[in-house]
Ligand binder design. Structure first.
Ligand SMILES: [Zn+2]
Length: 432
């Protein structure tokens, strides 16, 4: 029998280790920074690189603020520079570790109440784990074999299967139909993107409404909920703010793992909007498609290139709908791309919460910042007519959108997907 005091000690140790899960972010602070001019905007971009800041949300002068996390060591120097340049800033949160502990508690409470209500976890109304996502994909494929086919693209770097669903009334045999390909969770910490992908499956398969029948009958869908399962699980278990993949390349770095998967595509690779520092958030890797996860996205695109009319790479957060190219040049059909994107943004805005921003639609480099090697640009470059990056709303919560908001984001985004799919279908039929 174990003495009582040992049991107590064990409990205390367990409690301590749980409480310390987010200790690496202890006293990291989050600041809102208001940029009013392009010069100020440029300065923040420079600081992002020179101080290796973690920008949670990119601002745009004059009315969209930055949200930036800094370490205790960086904080004073960072704020001094802002003050020297007369840039307004405000403390949003003094301790990121505490913020994440509160978020964990919210999720636990939400799961508990969902279990009480439904006697099961509803993965698209929740923050599901990788295993829960796979369970749901398998369940859909098993329950609706005439509509849904589960495909395993292959293993991630660490050996997790990257899985996607093909949804079609004709098992992809009617080659006159356009395809809508959407994926999520390419950036590990952007958790709210995963349920949005699952909810899209839910609305197409489990809860198809009469007014949406055309979306299923006229269009084939490919939905990949977790592009980056290794990073995603790592962000759940160890570092909440992990963004990159989890590959390891001893010749590059013995301490830093992974690359920014959304800079790893073979389009203007390693030119702009990337860091040469293998530990940086936007390090693109040693070569295009060094990561198996990005190769799977590429392979899906090429397998169906003739028919993929739209590609949507889903991120969080900031209410942006962006398109190519990352160097400010525009695709030949940029007006059509804007048209379809605006229809999506406007449909979402019609349902948005009062506190949410309106969506802003445009070229990613002009609206936000230059990039190279992005999924959005790659899809556009190889010939997908409508290729976008969607940045879902974060409200004021950044990556910690409370789970009670997930259903709102799901339903409004679904409305946007439906509007864009219908409009893109018109362009598909009209193509020469
Ligand atoms: Zn992202």
């Amino acid at each position: 029998m174990v003495p009582l005091n040992v049991v107590f000690l064990l409990g205390a140790c367990l409690g301590a280790s749980l409480a310390g899960k987010h200790d690496i972010y202890s006293r990291h602070s989050v600041h809102r920074v208001s940029v009013t001019t392009e010069n100020e905007n440029t300065l923040i971009h420079q600081l992002e690189t020179s101080l290796e800041l973690d920008v949670w949300e990119h601002g745009a002068p004059p009315d969209r603020d930055y949200i930036i996390r800094v370490t205790p060591e960086q904080e004073q120097a960072f704020l001094n520079i802002l003050d020297d340049h007369g840039i307004a800033h405000a403390l949003r949160h003094p301790d990121v570790a505490r913020m994440f502990e509160e978020f964990d508690e919210q999720i636990a409470e939400w799961r508990k109440s969902q279990l009480l209500r439904n006697s099961r976890i509803v993965p698209f109304e929740n923050y599901p784990s990788y295993a829960e996502v796979n369970d749901y994909l398998e369940y859909i494929a098993a329950q609706y074999p005439d509509l849904a086919t589960l495909v395993t693209a292959g293993p991630s770097y660490e050996g997790r299967d990257v899985k996607y669903l093909k949804i079609s009334t004709t098992n992809f045999t009617d080659t006159s139909k356009p395809i809508y390909f959407l994926d999520a969770t390419i950036h590990a910490r952007e958790w709210v993107t995963t349920p949005v992908a699952l909810y899209t499956i839910h609305r197409l398969v489990e809860d198809l409404r009469t007014e949406d029948r055309d979306l299923l009958e006229d269009i084939d869908w490919i939905i990949l909920p977790i592009v980056n399962p290794d990073g995603f699980e790592y962000s759940r278990d160890y570092e909440r703010l992990w963004r990159r993949t989890r590959s390891y390349n001893e010749s590059v770095s013995v301490t830093c793992y992974g690359v920014d998967a959304n800079r790893n595509f073979d389009v203007a690779f390693n030119t702009i909007g990337v860091s040469a520092n293998p530990c940086a958030q936007d390090y693109p890797g040693t070569e295009p498609f060094s990561e198996p996860e990005t190769r799977y996205v590429r392979d899906i695109m090429f397998e169906y290139l003739e028919r993929i009319q739209m590609y949507l790479n889903i991120h969080s957060h900031g209410n942006w709908l962006l398109y190519g190219f990352g160097d400010t040049t525009l695709p030949a059909n940029s007006l059509q791309i804007f048209h379809v994107g605006a229809a999506m943004g406007a449909a979402i805005d019609a349902l948005k919460l009062p506190q949410a921003r309106y969506y802003r639609v445009g070229n990613s480099a002009i609206l936000l910042y230059p990039t190279s090697g992005s999924a959005q640009d790659y899809g556009q470059r190889i010939g997908i007519p409508f290729s976008y990056t969607l940045e879902l709303p974060g409200y004021t919560y950044a990556f910690q959108v409370p789970p009670s908001y997930i259903q709102q984001i799901n339903t409004e985004t679904w409305a946007g997907l439906a509007a864009s799919a219908r409009l893109a279908r018109l362009y598909y039929r009209a193509r020469s």
